[in-house]
Design a protein around this ligand. Sequence first.
Ligand code: ZN
Length: 374
Amino acid sequence: MVKQGQRIQDLVGLIHKLYAPELAEDWDNVGLQVGDPGRPLDRVMVALDPGLEAVEAARDAGAQALVTHHPLLFKPVKRLTPDDAVGKVLWTAVRDGVAIISAHTNLDCAADGLNNWLAQKIGVEQALPLQAVAGDYLKLIVFVPVGHEDAVSDALFSAGGGQIGAYDQCSFRSSGEGTFRPGPGTQPYIGTVGQRETAEEVRLETIVPKRKLLRVLEKMQKAHPYEEVAYDLLPLKNQVPGAGLGRIGKLAQQATLGEFAARVKESLGCDHLRLIGTDQMPVHKVALCGGSGAFLLQTAHRQGADVLVTGDVKYHEARQAEELGMALIDAGHFATEQLMIEQVIQSLQAAARQLNWGVAFEAYTGEEDPFRFY
Ligand SMILES: [Zn+2]
């Protein structure tokens, strides 16, 4: 049975479940860029860029949301008029009721995200992240009187605490004694004002994504019997399993750079490649990063990559590859990222089907590489 009544906020939640915003770079701006979270939703369009034509195409197709890779808003908006490029898109999106939601570096880094798809597309097997990322997580430790640990755990979990990969309700409990002395004017749950009290307590620990912290704390306070809840928050530097910048893996069989370049060109459907290296160079271990990934050249080299596949390679980066004796393939920013459209649609469709959503997803097909080869 189709579940009725999806809203923009449900789509944002689903996107963030698949591509956790904790994975995004600090400078990035992912998630809902413009739109009313409470607005009903039954059709979604997916594009690489939040251009005016994509917003218009979404509107003409009857879509209430446009999901893009590149975010619309980076710099503060000083005025909202249709006189500049971003203003024109915002103006149209608001006027025509098209919400714009972006999954950018969180999509790049996700375990089942853009770079993984790029690896599959160009035949790189058993691809692992080239550079791990630390998610934006906190450790929450709360001291709970014995008998209340289940209620407090339930509250933490229902607000989004305790999720590790595909496991939820993850926590650790240890027992001990807590001490406290209620001050004047307090109404202690246990003990007497002015006297030190000892209580059997459970130390309850769990992991919390930073963006869910306020809600988790709010629910924790409500479920906790103490007037003054004792808790600690510690920043974590945990790496997220399977997620990270770029990918590195191996081709099923060693090839020459010439053969591999031809395969990349065909699988990504790009007219031209820029190559650093000779056609006969052997290629087996391949590093890759969709978009602008030449900053990963040294990292790829250290991990023994024969070649790095990316876009937006600059002159000095090409020279650096030469000096390292490593091959470099620039397939273009567009060609190494455009494949996200079909893959995001497939992933969202599968997730929506499981949730019995009555929402249709379609690709924006009007995008082209802005570069022409002359
Ligand atoms: Zn990009």
